[in-house]
Design a protein around this ligand. Structure first.
Ligand code: FES
Ligand code: FES
Length: 159
């Protein structure tokens, strides 16, 4: 089995050592110390492990690290820029869009992917796009509120 020795994570080249079939989540958490992505179901069903691969949301629990090598990976730790939280992170805080927060990094990264392709989503579009991300604490209404709020903020920041 081929070994993977480097990943591009949050804009940096990160040396690693893993068999190509190792789940990306395991490498991020255990070798790179990026523990924002969480292990939930381990089967691609809950979204807690979501990261961005070339700006697209992917379940890192069932993505082999060999498939992620050579692509740009973004984790929640890489979303803030210039010492400022991403508008989605700020909106989740402002809306109190979590209780235990186990789902939060996956929610925020999935939402970031949504706002990249659809900067002005309707509430229905948000709900549909976020459908694969499960919040066991049931904070869905606040999560939707936060995403719509972040979309507004990002639109204002651009104007
Ligand atoms: S832990 Fe990856 S989708 Fe649930
Ligand atoms: S805030 Fe607990 S799972 Fe979503």
């Amino acid at each position: 089995m081929a070994k993977i020795t480097e990943l591009q994570v949050n804009g940096a080249r990160c040396p690693i050592e893993a068999d190509e079939a190792t789940p990306l989540l395991v490498v991020l958490r255990d070798q790179l110390g990026l523990t924002g992505a969480k292990y939930g179901c381990g089967e691609g069903q809950c979204g807690a492990c979501t990261v961005l691969l070339d700006s697209n949301p992917r379940h890192s629990c069932n993505t082999p690290v060999g498939k992620a090598a050579g692509h740009s990976i973004t984790t929640i730790e890489g979303l803030a820029a210039n010492g400022r939280l991403h508008p989605l992170q700020q909106a989740f805080l402002d809306s109190g869009a979590f209780q235990c927060a186990y789902c939060t990094s996956g929610m925020i990264l999935t939402a970031a992917a949504l706002l990249r392709v659809n900067p002005h989503p309707s509430e229905d579009e948000v709900r549909r796009f976020m459908n694969g991300n499960v919040c066991r604490c049931g904070t869905y209404p606040r999560i939707v509120e936060a995403i719509l709020g972040a979309a507004e903020t990002m639109a204002k920041n651009k104007s």
